[in-house]
Ligand binder design. Structure first.
Ligand code: XMP
Length: 421
């Protein structure tokens, strides 16, 4: 996107919500990028900013005040908007930026058009490989690359048998039938569960799933004729937070990594690397992806493998899939989708005594979890209404005989993590 749009540079002074101003500015159709406040004049000059916004001060949630930008900003001869005393709202920013001469041309449609052109230019007539997870990032990447270079794209969906109910079918339905994407659906359930048999330790499960994934992916890459390019669904917060564009190093991402290291690629195609998550969801909608994908909650790479405590068997995973589907539907039907960043069921290793139709049962306890988070480093459990939980519990125990107890997880992170394993 560089230099195609008038740009505002946001200087980040290390506030907790350091991306807030940038997101609000983007919502005004103004393109902006985030640089650390320590960026020197040369780095800022590269961006050729039309205005500079300083996101600092108490109102911005910054912990230590009094920091000054490293560069002398007067040399740019552009308006400098200091948010030191103002709240970060689109309205407040709109008022300030209206005063400047800035093209408001950052739209979803413009992004799609430019992203497709950029991919075409980068890839030329070479082949491209993509790992499809069904998540919103890889889905949007797949459609953009498909629109750009069509059959030069080989996308691979590895079904490890740890997906949620109906997901593999939906992926096939949407990408192959609806959009005609060149997608290979690897039905790997048996091979993954075979390798996982008898394994109880969560980290060992993760490791096995990750290794097997890479193995399958490598086999498919070979079959696709060793494509020169690999698509990655990197998004802008990954870049800002991992310091790639000069940002601060905050955390190692769970969701990055995990793709083959020994396949040599000529280059990475990263069409989303300047987008925030909400923008990716807007692009998904604009491209015609269904809400189930456009609004899809984050789902861990090892899938239900970390939500089924202890050994993984098909029988246990099927129970979990059914419970999870009931809970997720209830969340959506009751309008809590927007309030929960992640919501799911866990099949615990606990079995307890119960009674059904006067007969004693000894069946599984399932836990339901719904959390709200912005950064996934901390999270609050969602205060779902008791009536709703009661109905969900009844539906689960009435329809799934292997479950006789339902609990709702009311711990936040910390001290609990979001996933149970
Ligand atoms: P925790 O459980 O650590 O999760 O609070 C934080 C976020 O990371 C996701 N998560 C994973 N994602 N592979 C992934 O790709 C994993 O092994 C993994 N473990 C946790 C989790 O769903 C949440 O969004």
């Amino acid at each position: 996107m560089k230099n195609k749009h008038d740009m505002v540079v946001v200087l980040d002074f290390g506030a907790i919500n350091s991306q807030a101003a940038a997101k609000e500015i983007r919502s005004l159709n103004i393109y902006c990028e985030v640089l650390p406040y320590s960026a020197n004049a040369e780095r800022i000059a590269e961006k050729n900013p039309k205005a500079i916004v300083l996101q600092r001060g108490k109102a911005c949630g910054e912990a230590t005040f009094g920091k000054e930008p490293a560069a002398d900003l007067s040399v740019f001869n552009v308006p400098v908007i200091d948010l030191i005393d103002s709240e970060i709202t689109a309205e407040a920013l709109d008022k300030e930026l209206a005063k400047c001469e800035i093209n408001r041309d950052w739209t979803t449609e413009a992004f799609i058009e430019e992203a497709i052109a950029d991919i075409r230019e980068q890839v030329g007539d070479k082949k491209v490989l993509l790992a499809m997870s069904g998540g919103v990032d890889s889905s949007v990447c797949a459609l953009l690359v498909h629109k750009a270079v069509g059959a030069q794209l080989s996308s691979v969906f590895v079904d490890h048998g740890l997906m949620r109910k109906g997901e593999p079918d939906e992926i096939e339905q949407v990408f192959v039938k609806q959009f005609g994407v060149n997608l290979t659906h690897v039905k790997g359930e048996e091979r993954f569960l075979k390798r996982l048999a008898g394994v109880e330790d969560p980290e060992t499960k993760r490791k096995i799933i990750g290794e097997e994934f890479i193995r399958v992916f490598e086999e498919e890459a070979r079959k696709a004729g060793k494509p020169e390019f690999l698509v990655q669904g990197t998004i802008y917060p990954d870049i800002i937070e991992s310091g790639g564009d000069g940002g601060k190093k905050v955390k190692a991402h769970h969701n990055v990594g995990g793709l083959p290291k020994d396949i040599e690629f000529k280059g990475l195609v990263e069409p989303l690397k300047y987008l925030f998550k909400d923008e990716v969801r807007k692009v998904a909608k604009a491209l015609g992806l269904p809400d189930s994908i456009a609004k899809r909650q984050p789902f861990p790479g090892p899938g239900l493998g970390v939500r089924c405590i202890g050994e993984l068997t098909k029988a246990k995973l099927d129970i979990l899939r059914d419970v999870d589907a009931i809970f997720r539907k209830a969340i959506v039907d009751n309008g809590f989708e927007g309030q929960a960043s992640q919501y799911f069921a866990v099949l615990t290793a606990n079995r307890s005594v119960g009674v059904t139709n006067d007969a004693r049962t000894y069946a599984y306890t399932v836990a339901l979890r719904a959390v709200k988070t912005t950064d996934f480093m901390t999270a609050k459990f969602v205060k779902l209404p008791m009536d709703m939980l009661e109905k969900v519990s009844e539906e689960i125990t009435n329809t799934i005989p292997e479950v006789n107890r339902v609990v709702y997880d009311i711990t936040s992170k910390p001290p609990a993590t979001i996933e149970w394993e």
